[in-house]
Write a protein that binds this ligand. Sequence first.
Ligand code: ZN
Ligand code: ZN
Length: 561
Amino acid sequence: MSPSPQAKSQTELVLVALGGMGEIGMNCYAYGLGTAADKRWIIVDLGVKFGDETEPGIDIVLPNPSFLETNRSKLLGIVLTHAHEDHLGAVPWLWPRLQVPVYCTGFAAEILRLKLMEAELLDQVPIKVLPLSARFRLGDFDLEFVSVTHSIPEANALIIRTGPGTVVHTGDWKIDRKPSIFPPLDEARLRDVGDEGVRALVCDSTNVLREGHSPYENEVEAAFDRLIARAPGRVVVTTFGSHVGRVASAANAARRAGREIIVAGRAMRTMIDAARNVGLLSEAGQFLDEQSFGFIPPEKALLMCTGSQGEPRAALARIADDTHPMIALDPGDTVVFSSRTIPGNEKAVSAVINKLARSGLRIVTADQAAVHSSGHPRQGELKELYGWLRPALLVPMHGEAWHLDTHVEFAKAAGIPETALLFNGQMIRLAPGPAQIISEVPAGRLHVDGRMIVPAIDGPSRKRRKLSFVGVILASIVIDDRGDIVTEPAIVMDGGPPEDGEGRPFEAFLADALGTAFNSMPRPRRRNNDAVRETLRNALRRAAEDVWGKKPVCHVVIHRV
Ligand SMILES: [Zn+2]
Ligand SMILES: [Zn+2]
């Protein structure tokens, strides 16, 4: 059934997910407003995720922006909800392909500027810095930031008012009524928005599997008080550098106990400076740097450092390895992991913990004490938000398939009349009418490989993964005009066994196999480079497999004289 002419000319509001729907990280959503044939778009968040061991050599993964590039002339801007990497980290990489202004509040702007400076893009990207609670227009989109609490300063929900209806795009949030830093959650404003009427709530699903409410930050601070009171030596608190509220909690507890605060790790220092630039941490007093470490008696020191995820280059890993230039701990000092281990980082974190334990340090994690609280809403918090907003429709975001699924079930049980499940690469019409998936768009991921952006599927990383399992053989042969091999073929093998079963160098064994295969070729065929290459490659692979049981990647280079 084709849509009626009337439906074609009516204004609709659609949402496209390019990241964050069905996988963790690289959040990127686009809202489109207009007729079926002609829409204007805003991008909400442009984040990265981090490469894992299945993507060798890849630190950063980007959402595929081709849908946005195709619509570039109709893009109104990029709106960033907050400064976490999974929400703004892709801007320096993808902005050159989009070239529209970026709208965010002060703290995100501070972080973005640093990233753009590194990418030498600072003078090109127009950053529109908006005050907290700003209401602003992009085309026909009437937008408003509402402050929410999260694990970084200045997290914003985005209210998107349009002709067909209002969307509340939560960004990342939790309900924290006792945060350690400004701004608090603007519950009153969210209730107002609910009173105006909300068509769709597009909502964080990270902790939908967990019952109850996440603890408030002041409970974490109280746990720090108790730990510090019992700690005979130094107390080390490791958390994300960007969790400025947690830094404030630890600093408050340290001050009460008469301890100096020393900060190690550039990332944490950068975040603290950015927070101070927007007027935060003014009460927290002085943070000493690493050079002061040796001058503070252990029982007077609280050290804050990065590395809670076991990152090998972070301060904590270097302290655990005893390779930090300024900092060395003593047996009996306490190390507090004020963090949750992100799935995929378990091995790295436990390696660091075990190194610290072997050095006689006392370890405290969130399993033993209330030293961490997540920045995402549990079921109790979701229910509260539903109550304030009373949306007609719920679309879960920011989660893997399991989270999104569970969130749909949870919302139905909580009485939200309509729910819709959206995955990366899908376009959904939110209004008017019942929500409906109406299109598929190109999605998926790109890899940042060194300085270049390359495809993830069939890209260099995939080849490297193969090489890491089977190694590589390179053979070089010189053939004269009679079709004979001149000089010995040169064979180089990387990542293979040193010898064959009889103690011969493996490369010599491969050279024999190559010679035999070449000599078995009829002379006319030896003139054809493709045929020679194919025959020799197969011979090398077969020979390697016979002895080794693996088929390496083989390359044959032919020279004619
Ligand atoms: Zn996030
Ligand atoms: Zn976040």
